[in-house]
Design a protein around this ligand. Structure first.
Ligand SMILES: Nc1nc2c(ncn2[C@@H]2O[C@H](COP(=O)(O)OP(=O)(O)OP(=O)(O)O)[C@@H](O)[C@H]2O)c(=O)[nH]1
Ligand SMILES: Nc1ccn([C@@H]2O[C@H](COP(=O)(O)O)[C@@H](O)[C@H]2O)c(=O)n1
Length: 226
């Protein structure tokens, strides 16, 4: 039986986590678990955690660790039989430690994208909330402006993408990201990718994952024959 592969992808708002996660899920057959989409589902469903989370997101702040951990860890327990890529969690050291107590990770991908690039991208981001599909008027525009390619339903811009909320998000992200990056660096599983374009980063991430996943599968084959 091949060993399961578990990874997280980290980076500031607008760094391309969702975009790259979709490519990874499609290319390597991993389940893409978007913590942001999961939070938005809970907000839409008006769950207790969702109502609480909304009060923080409206101010461009991170949702408290205990709320995010209480949301995500039971979701991961449903995924014990799958290889997965977790997007947007952990965002703090407390979240990383909680995740570490629940499961072992093989790779932590860290996207290092310049501030001006992030601002530019998020000003042009449009999403289709029901599906989570993400568009960008400069990078991947919808076929019909303002409409989702699949359903034709209206696209929206997220409240926390507004320039005034974005400044708070980016400042807050910087404060909390470094201990998480150091945590995974110390574990020897951190891989950082720096560029302004996803299409230039993608081949390097694809090569890393091809190498890591084939190594894990060959180790599992060796273990099963001994
Ligand atoms: N111009 C440009 N836009 C990009 C590129 N990569 C992604 N985008 C767009 O930039 C925006 C942000 O990308 P996402 O994948 O949503 O980034 P994220 O890290 O998931 O963002 P958060 O959900 O806010 O954490 C989206 O509108 C993407 O379509 C790129 O290489 N160039
Ligand atoms: N670990 C996390 C993940 C998400 N949030 C909040 O949800 C918002 C949307 O998440 P994206 O990954 O789509 O950006 C995000 O802006 C945070 O407010 C969080 O607090 N902690």
């Amino acid at each position: 039986m091949s060993k399961l592969f578990r990874a997280v992808i980290m980076g500031p708002p607008g760094s391309g986590k969702g975009t790259i996660s979709e490519r990874i899920a499609h290319s390597f057959g991993l389940k893409h678990l978007s913590s942001g989409d999961f939070v938005r589902e809970n907000i839409a469903a008006k769950t207790e955690a969702g109502v609480l989370a909304k009060t923080y997101i409206k101010k461009g702040l991170l949702v408290p660790d205990h709320v995010m951990t209480r949301l995500l860890l039971p979701r991961l327990e449903e995924m014990t039989k799958y290889s997965w890529l977790l997007d947007g969690f952990p965002r703090t050291l407390a979240q990383a430690e909680a995740l570490n107590s629940a499961c072992d990770l093989d790779v932590a991908i860290n996207l290092n994208i310049p501030l001006e690039t992030l601002k530019e991208r998020l000003q042009h981001r449009w999403i289709h909330p029901p599906s989570g599909r993400v568009y960008n008027m400069c990078f991947n525009p919808p076929h019909v402006q303002g409409k989702d390619d699949i359903t034709g339903e209206p696209l929206i811009q997220q409240e926390d993408d507004r320039p005034e909320a974005l400044v708070a998000r980016l400042r807050h992200y910087k404060d909390v990201a470094k201990p998480v990056i150091d945590f995974y660096k110390a574990k020897g599983i951190l891989y950082t990718f720096s560029d302004t374009e996803t299409d230039r980063i993608w081949p390097n991430i694809s090569t890393l994952l091809s190498t890591k996943i084939s190594t894990i599968q060959s180790d599992a084959r060796c273990a099963s024959t001994h």
